[in-house]
Structures are given as structure tokens and as C-alpha cells.
Write a protein that binds this ligand. Structure first.
Ligand code: BDR
Ligand code: CA
Length: 315
């Protein structure tokens, strides 16, 4: 039995890996990719998703354009640090053939709302960029939060942020949207820096993709090597790059990869801790805890799964 999945991506090197992980997971049926801004402009993210889907042999998956900027802003510019980590084109400055396909006429928010209405329990949404599209879906449909099942890559509960001591990049881009999502009572599993920085990829693994001798294997290896190189500057103590976004997809397939803490979450919106994900004091004693935060991960098993699943797509 397969579960339907929508990926909400700001593609992005590790978003590309999340896409490959989903395509390599027989338990999942990828029904669409919705695009958000973040690592790149939303249009660039969409172009990357279309091109990567073609490269990975899945040109049938529709791609939907989402919100171009945070809900409290009226524009968005890519941060220098994002361009440094992901490359100006989002995929490590690697040139892959542009797709001849276009994004769908329907927008991302409509697609998210309609898909949750149609598929309910049978659908999981994995969001690995700013939460702007999800918050817009909550605004649009009062039933969305009650019926959606969501895994996010974002936040940091037990470790410092990666933008500043308090906040992680995806939350930091649109704290208001993340707060709307977390306070909505939706079923949210948070895969934050607490666990993603314990899952690493090195040049050893990318060499194995290159050795497959395929166009897709070579391209993904080059894309990842750019990212690993950036991590040598931004987080040299790790000894590899963080596998943020693919871990969120992996948990959607198999939650036993992580230890989950049931907790009602919120995002700080004011003062120096703006962008911090933390327990919501207003719902400390609420009967139900609708979110879960991952606080430990079986990293060796996840990396083995990743190599197998992505390897199956690249061969
Ligand atoms: C997150 O920020 C983005 O740069 C990555 O793609 C990932 O989703 C990590 O903090
Ligand atoms: Ca991302």
C-alpha cells in the first residue's frame, strides 16, 4: 500500500535530495511538487524541480508555483549565505538540461487544499522550505489544519539555530507562517536541526553515485559536492553536510528512524528570539499534543536507506 505525498520545496541542494529520496521510495506516490522561495526565488525553485524530475525519469509529476515571499513582506531576495551554500542556481552551480515542461496552471495553495480534501489520511505533505504555502492553505480552508498530515524540515528545539542562536533557516524566512502552522493544531512532525545535523553525507558517498556512470548519478554527485564543500566553511566541525530535507521524507516513510517528543509548538515572533521554535505555554496542559519534535535519530540506518533509495533512482 503506497501513501500519497506532496513535497513543498525551495530547491535547494538538499531539497533535490529529498525529491530523489521520495522518488526512490516504493512506499510513496509523489502526486505533486509545490514550490516555495527560500534557497532560491520561487520561479528558480520550480525550474529546478521540473529539470530534476526529468533527469530522474519522472517527468510525469506536476509542479505548482507557490507564494513568492513571506506573509509579512511584499518581496523576497535570496540571502548571500543561501547562494553560498546552494549555489546561485540552487543546485550547486551544476547545469542540468532545462525541462520543456511548464508549471501547472493551478497554484500550489489550491493544489494543497484540494489534495487534502480529496485524500485526507492517505496523503502526507513534506515541507522543506519556509511554511508560507502551508499557512496560506490554512487561511484558505478552515478544514485544512484538521485534515492535513504534515512533516516539516525546520526549527531547532534542543540545539542552536543555524541563522542565529535561536532560529533555523526555514522558520527564519517566515516566522509568522510557521507560527500559524504550529498553532493551528495540525498534525505536524518537526524534523529540526536537533536531528538533521546528526545525519551527514561525505565525498565518499557521492563518489559512489558518480561511479554508477549515469548522467543522473554524475549530476547529483556534482550538486552534492558543492554543498559538502560549503559545509567545510560554514560547519567544519561536522565532517560532512547535513541531510536536512531528505530526513523529513525518510520520516514520512518510516517514523521509527527518529525518537519523537509529543509537544504543542509555537514560534517566537518578537524580540531577540524571533524565529525560535519552542513549546507553547498556552497549550502546555492541553488534552492533545498535535505536534511531535524529533529529538534523536538512527543516523547510520537513515544514511543506509538514503544510499539505497537514491541509488535506485540514479541507476
Ligand atoms: C534548511 O534550510 C535550507 O537551506 C535547506 O534546504 C533546509 O531546508 C536547513 O536549515
Ligand atoms: Ca530546503
Amino acid at each position: 500500500m503506497t501513501r500519497k505525498i506532496i513535497l513543498d520545496l525551495d530547491t535547494g541542494v538538499d531539497d533535490a535530495l529529498a525529491l530523489a529520496y521520495a522518488l526512490g521510495s516504493p512506499e510513496l506516490d509523489l502526486i505533486g511538487v509545490t514550490c516555495t522561495y527560500g534557497n532560491v526565488l520561487v520561479e528558480q525553485g520550480a525550474a529546478n524541480d521540473l529539470a530534476l524530475l526529468d533527469l530522474l525519469g519522472h517527468g510525469e509529476v506536476p509542479v505548482f508555483l507557490g507564494e513568492p515571499h513571506a506573509r509579512a513582506k511584499d518581496s523576497f531576495e535570496v540571502l548571500d549565505i543561501s547562494a553560498f551554500i546552494h549555489g546561485k542556481n540552487g543546485i550547486g552551480e551544476v547545469e542540468i538540461p532545462a525541462s520543456t515542461r511548464e508549471v501547472s496552471e493551478r497554484g500550489a495553495v489550491d493544489f494543497l487544499v484540494e489534495s487534502v480534501r480529496e485524500h485526507g489520511e492517505d496523503l502526507v505533505i513534506v515541507a522543506t522550505g519556509p511554511m508560507t504555502n502551508l499557512a496560506a492553505a490554512i487561511d484558505r480552508d478552515p478544514e485544512f489544519a484538521r485534515n492535513a498530515h504534515i512533516v516539516i524540515m525546520g526549527g531547532a528545539l534542543t540545539v542552536p539555530g543555524n541563522v542565529n542562536a535561536w532560529t533555523e533557516a526555514n522558520i527564519s524566512q517566515d516566522p509568522e507562517a510557521a507560527d500559524v502552522l504550529l498553532r493551528s493544531g495540525a498534525d505536524v512532525t518537526m524534523i529540526g536541526l536537533d536531528v538533521t545535523l546528526q545525519t551527514l553525507l561525505t565525498y565518499e558517498e557521492t563518489a559512489r553515485w558518480r561511479a554508477l556512470g549515469t548522467e543522473a548519478g554524475a549530476a547529483l554527485a556534482d550538486i552534492m559536492d558543492y554543498y559538502i564543500k560549503a559545509y567545510e566553511t560554514t560547519a567544519p566541525y561536522l565532517g560532512g553536510c547535513g541531510l536536512h530535507d531528505p530526513l523529513a521524507v525518510a520520516v514520512a516513510v518510516d517514523p521509527s528512524l527518529v525518537t519523537l517528543l509529543p509537544i504543542n509548538l509555537k514560534v517566537d515572533l518578537e524580540g531577540p528570539t524571533r524565529g525560535r521554535t519552542i513549546g507553547d505555554e498556552q497549550r502546555l496542559n492541553a488534552a492533545e499534543r498535535t505536534a511531535r519534535a524529533a529529538v534523536a535519530v538512527d543516523a547510520p540506518r537513515f544514511v543506509r536507506e538514503l544510499m539505497e533509495r537514491i541509488g535506485s533512482v540514479l541507476r
